[in-house]
Design a protein around this ligand. Structure first.
Ligand code: TXA
Ligand code: MG
Length: 358
């Protein structure tokens, strides 16, 4: 049975429900909880059995490492080997917040299952009061991937977690909807081979944007092309090689001038209907009326990328609930500098990179 605790979004670590949930983690259990990005599924990062239960509940491949969540900078001491100046500046600027920093792991401190055998560990301090309170109540570093079954869109509220994991985990802390709606930005601080120039590499775009990073680290090169690894090539971030966030229906992104995009999607819809498919369209609110499909999901306004980020995963889940078999998505109209980069990245993954240019 999965326990369920409902708390206010600003509950403190003295809340009796959070003390209970924290105890469950401290004793080796698995607990889902809200963060300012998406819901996470937490376990004591030092406890291999607990970490294995997280992998099992999600059906997650064992070679994909977990992010370790802390509530206090002092917790870093036991987890990482060293933090260089650039990493410290990133922590000062963005923690607590949606930034995961990949750092050299201290040997033996964490369960080897957390890092999937890598010499590095991704660490983040979430900016959600409930997440911070739960980590404090647990009294340990908390390993937490997104609280979805592997391959499903990340959960942005507790109902999504229940859909995917009810009966498979110890408990769910419901603290209301998550914030950003997309997972944290993952960066690694790389040193030049000669120990010289530091550079920051963005492994996954997210709530902290490339522009934010540039502002905080003027003069430090930032590599942010999010290339997908070619077949047979080892990705820098193991999570990159998996087709994430996929809805069950076949999703295709259509990109081009607004008229042509509408034209193409309308024609594809008629053809799919003739073939007996259940159809879906994902578009911005202002253009949703252009289409006639079984499910039309408008995840936000054309001039509000933050709104689209909050709603994207819930929209993808709606297609699944309605048994939609074919989905067309208009490419998002957002500039690629802010959260637009993360949105385009997640939509492309959800579509298995199937993009029609018209
Ligand atoms: O916003 C978030 O980051 C959420 C919330 C719950 O904090 N967590 C999350 O975890 O999205 P997950 O496991 O779904 O994604 C973690 C990503 C994966 O792509 C993984 O490969 C990468 O971070 N990662 C973790 N540790 C890494 C490491 N040492 N080196 C490179 N990539 C790493
Ligand atoms: Mg995930």
């Amino acid at each position: 049975m999965t326990l369920y605790w409902k708390v206010e979004p600003d509950a403190s670590h003295a809340h009796p429900f959070l003390l209970e949930a924290g105890k469950m983690i401290a004793e080796g259990g698995t607990v889902a909880f809200p963060t300012e990005t998406v819901y996470g599924l937490g376990a004591d990062a030092r406890n291999t059995e607990a970490v294995e239960a997280v992998f099992r509940a999600k059906g997650r491949p064992a070679d994909n490492p977990l992010i370790v969540h802390i509530a206090d900078r002092r917790q870093l001491d036991g987890i990482v080997r060293e933090t260089d100046g650039a990493a410290l500046r990133l922590m000062d600027a963005f923690w607590p917040g949606p930034l995961t920093i990949v750092l050299p792991a201290a040997p033996g401190a964490l369960s080897p299952r957390v890092t999937a055998g890598l010499p590095t560990v991704g660490v983040r301090m979430p900016a959600h009061p409930v997440a911070l309170a739960l980590i404090r109540a647990a009294g340990c570093p908390v390993a937490a991937p997104s609280a979805n079954r592997s391959g499903r869109p990340s959960p942005t509220n507790a109902a999504h977690v229940r859909e995917d994991l009810d009966g498979r985990i110890g408990g769910i802390v419901d603290g209301g909807p998550a914030g950003v709606g997309l997972e944290s930005t993952v960066v690694v601080v790389e040193k030049g081979l000669t120990g010289g120039d530091t550079q920051i590499r963005v492994l996954r775009p997210g709530g902290v944007t490339v522009a934010d990073l540039r502002r905080e680290l003027p003069g430090v090169p930032i590599a942010a092309e999010i290339e997908e690894p070619a077949e047979g090539q080892t990705p820098r971030s193991p999570g990159m090689k998996y087709a994430h966030y996929a809805p069950k229906g076949r999703l295709t992104i259509v990109e081009g001038s607004p008229e042509r995009v509408a034209d193409r999607i309308r024609r594809s819809l008629s053809e799919a209907k003739r073939n007996g498919e259940r159809t879906g369209v994902l578009a911005v609110r202002e253009r949703a009326d252009l289409y006639d499909a079984d499910v039309i999901a408008a995840c936000g306004s054309a001039n509000d990328p933050e709104e689209a980020a909050r709603n994207l995963y819930a929209a993808l889940r709606r297609f699944d609930e309605a048994g939609v078999t074919c989905i067309w998505a208009e490419q998002f109209p957002f500039p690629p500098d802010g959260i637009g980069l993360a949105l385009a990245n997640r939509l492309s993954k959800a579509a298995g990179h199937r993009i029609e240019r018209v």
